[in-house]
Design a protein around this ligand. Structure first.
Ligand SMILES: Cc1cc2nc3c(=O)[nH]c(=O)nc-3n(C[C@H](O)[C@H](O)[C@H](O)COP(=O)(O)OP(=O)(O)OC[C@H]3O[C@@H](n4cnc5c(N)ncnc54)[C@H](O)[C@@H]3O)c2cc1C
Ligand code: FES
Ligand code: FES
Length: 494
């Protein structure tokens, strides 16, 4: 049975929820705690940082349902339409037995203040459902978005290790079942509650029509920026167009030496192909927010948001990426760097949306890396993010000092927009890839940038870091000379 387009329908645990007439800006967390009487998920920060509100959302991806941990505090309820929401209350067994995740936390003394524990349980539940055996690194990564202020993470990580082989693989659920069919709409979700509207188009064509009709609407992708406008800035979003149901915008593909990332591909969904083709970029993505953020946050959202400290623009500009925009007037493209005009101003016209990003494969003998410098290693915003891409005329480890054919260097956190280091690039080009060249180029950072001092870093620190990163990039390129540690993922050199 298909359902009408004015009702939000989802499963809360196994129970079908039908929601009408609810403020379209309501967060999932407020729904759970204030309306559904489920208070297991807690509000710690209301900005996606602490993980106390972590829940698991099952979302149809292709024909199957994919379960992911997300932050309920910054996700808007209408985005759950067609999904299943699991909270800590759902994992209690009817006989009162603890779930293996809960039992493991108990056995290892991993339960502490009780405020954060429900979120930790849900993160571990998602981890156990997604993978078979996990490495210590993967388990740490899964818990980065759950802050605990009272004690160490040791017992929690021990519990994580215990559950890996204890929780049976959850069989993949098909979306094509009578139960899930009850959630499908005949026409896309279209809500009007008081003065607020929420649309969830299912195709690019529908999106274009909606944008023509409501040019001032807010385009909502993962909501990891927008959620905070609601919870922290107390903004009322009148007309929202949700992009998460448009399959055409979610694809990540590789063909004809171009890696193409759909605007609404989440970090997590794009990661495997990105890591395959540009390992250093994959390493950076694993430092964006937390698993909860990466499960819903999109690369298109990071670009469209236009923040000078967004992590994706510097590496994508260094890699010479092309941005594709679309509207009822058709498609247009531009070098990504041209999108960022000045602080708070991007080259997006009214009625336009970001469609995709194309990244050409680095040419032969290229080196590429990107470094994120932040106060905390995990779950922090960059003070400086530097991306380096140089093409040489030979591999650096072939016995002679190669010539630099071209250089593209871009920094975030050094100006009002992500900005290239033009003077540094010019001084590198045509010279030998050696200490002398690097030393000369380092000085020119002073001409390229006049960064500000703010709570993340001082101007002096930022400039020094930028110079040091150039040197680090150089040192890391010399495999086998003992000058620096070389990780598998650091260098693209064919
Ligand atoms: C706890 C936390 C940690 C974070 N950590 C990091 C970090 O480490 N590094 C980092 O760079 N960012 C970080 N962020 C910021 C955020 O997660 C990213 O910017 C993310 O990529 C935004 O994507 P989204 O899909 O959630 O965007 P949304 O919040 O949905 O949208 C962001 C903006 O982009 C617009 N938009 C979205 N998609 C499109 C489109 N296709 N076309 C046109 N406009 C569009 C929206 O209208 C809005 O203006 C963090 C955020 C949180 C809450
Ligand atoms: S309440 Fe802190 S992440 Fe949601
Ligand atoms: S478990 Fe809540 S502060 Fe440590």
């Amino acid at each position: 049975m298909a359902v009408d387009s004015q009702t939000i329908r989802f499963f809360l645990g196994e129970e079908l929820q039908e929601v009408h007439d609810l403020d379209t800006n309501t967060t999932v967390l407020n729904y759970l705690r204030l309306l559904a009487g489920r208070r297991g998920a807690k509000e710690g920060c209301a900005e996606g940082d602490c993980g106390a509100c972590t829940v698991v959302v099952g979302r149809p991806v292709s024909d199957q349902v994919e379960y992911r941990a997300v932050n309920a505090c910054i996700q808007l309820l209408p985005t759950l339409d067609g999904c299943q929401l699991l909270t800590v209350e759902d994992i209690r067994s009817s006989t009162g037995e603890l779930h293996p995740v809960q039992q493991a936390l108990l056995n290892r003394n991993g339960t502490q203040c009780g405020f954060c524990t429900p979120g930790i349980v849900m993160s571990l539940l998602a981890l156990s459902q997604q993978m078979g055996p996990s490495s210590a690194y993967e388990r740490r990564l899964a818990l980065v978005g759950n802050l605990c202020r009272c004690t160490g993470y040791g017992p929690i990580l021990d519990a994580a290790e215990d559950i890996v082989d204890k929780v049976e693989d959850t069989p993949k659920q098909s979306w094509q079942t009578p139960a899930w069919n009850r959630l499908k709409h005949t026409t896309p979700l279209s809500l009007k509650v008081a003065e607020k509207q929420f649309f969830a188009p299912q195709s690019v064509q529908e999106l274009i029509q909606l944008l023509d009709e409501f040019p001032g609407s807010t385009l909502l992708a993962g909501g990891t920026d927008i959620g905070l406008w609601v919870t922290k800035q107390q903004q009322e979003l009148d007309t929202i167009i949700y992009l998460g149901n448009i399959a055409e915008l979610q694809e990540t593909t590789f063909g004809q030496e171009v890696l193409t990332i759909g605007a609404t591909a989440t970090y997590q969904s794009a990661l495997p192909l990105i890591t395959e083709h540009l390992p250093a970029l994959g390493v950076l993505i694993e430092r964006i927010g937390s698993v909860q953020i990466r499960n819903v946050g999109t690369i298109g959202g990071n670009i469209a948001n236009g923040s000078p400290i967004g992590d994706m623009p510097p590496p994508l500009i260094a890699l010479n990426a092309t941005l594709y925009l679309q509207s009822s007037s058709g498609q247009r493209s531009m070098p990504l760097e041209d999108f960022f005009i000045e602080y708070g101003k991007q080259a997006r016209r009214p009625g336009e949306f970001v469609e995709k990003i194309g990244i050409p494969s680095p040419p032969k003998h290229s080196l590429f890396n990107v470094y994120k410098v932040s106060k905390r290693f995990d779950q922090d915003i960059s003070a400086v993010c530097g991306a380096f891409h140089v093409q040489l005329d030979a591999r650096p480890d072939e016995g002679r000092e190669p010539l630099i054919v071209s250089a593209r260097i871009c920094f975030g956190g050094m100006a009002g927009t992500p900005a290239r280091a033009r003077y540094v690039e010019q001084s590198l080009q045509g010279n030998r890839w050696n200490e002398v060249t690097i030393k000369k180029a380092q000085v020119l950072m002073d001409q390229d940038y006049a960064p500000i001092t703010d709570m993340r870093a001082s101007a002096t620190y930022r400039l020094q870091v930028a110079k040091n990163l150039l040197r680090r990039f150089y040192l890391e390129s010399y495999v086998g000379r003992g000058t620096a540690r070389i990780d598998r993922q650091q260098v693209v050199s064919r």
